[in-house]
Design a protein around this ligand. Structure first.
Ligand SMILES: [Zn+2]
Length: 159
């Protein structure tokens, strides 16, 4: 476990207003600088405390999703994000997805677009990237699934 370099964050991670990672960063991590630069391979973001690099040429939704992911890493005391720990990466992505996609917003998007809408269309409506939306769908709780099934009608498939 990477040692934590900051006291535990004491705040509600699920405020009623829509989560804004840019505001979160400015409020809770003012020392962290974000740069949008070319990154090697297929990397969308790189955390090297106190710096976060976001891939140039990506959409605002991708940068928003990636920034939320890196903030969760920061909160967990990680100073460098990398592909080495798949379990940690999945946990961090799931938490970022829960913050960015409130259950009510997901239900509204499915109601608006229909149960068989492409993941990309739902992601675009929710202003997140498809990778993060897939993580959110994979992590729906039993209660959320029931609510989504009620909205989507027959055959809601969270996958
Ligand atoms: Zn990561």
């Amino acid at each position: 476990m990477t040692p934590c370099h900051r006291p535990a964050v004491i705040r509600d991670p699920y405020p009623t207003a829509r989560y804004d990672p840019w505001r979160d960063l400015a409020t809770n991590w003012p020392e962290v600088a974000v740069r949008v630069i070319p990154l090697p391979g297929d990397l969308l973001g790189v955390l090297r405390y106190p710096s976060i690099a976001l891939r140039a040429g990506t959409s605002a939704a991708q940068r928003r999703s990636t920034l939320a992911h890196e903030i969760v890493h920061l909160e967990r005391g990680t100073q460098a994000c990398g592909p080495g720990d798949a379990r940690e990466e999945a946990l961090v992505e799931a938490e970022a997805a829960r913050r960015l996609v409130a259950a009510g917003d997901l239900a509204r998007a499915i109601r608006e677009l229909g149960n068989r809408a492409a993941v990309g269309a739902v992601a675009a409506l929710l202003d997140v990237d498809t990778q993060l939306l897939r993580a959110r769908l994979a992590g729906v709780t039993a209660a959320e699934r029931t609510a989504l099934e009620a909205v989507a009608g027959d055959g809601f498939t969270a996958a």
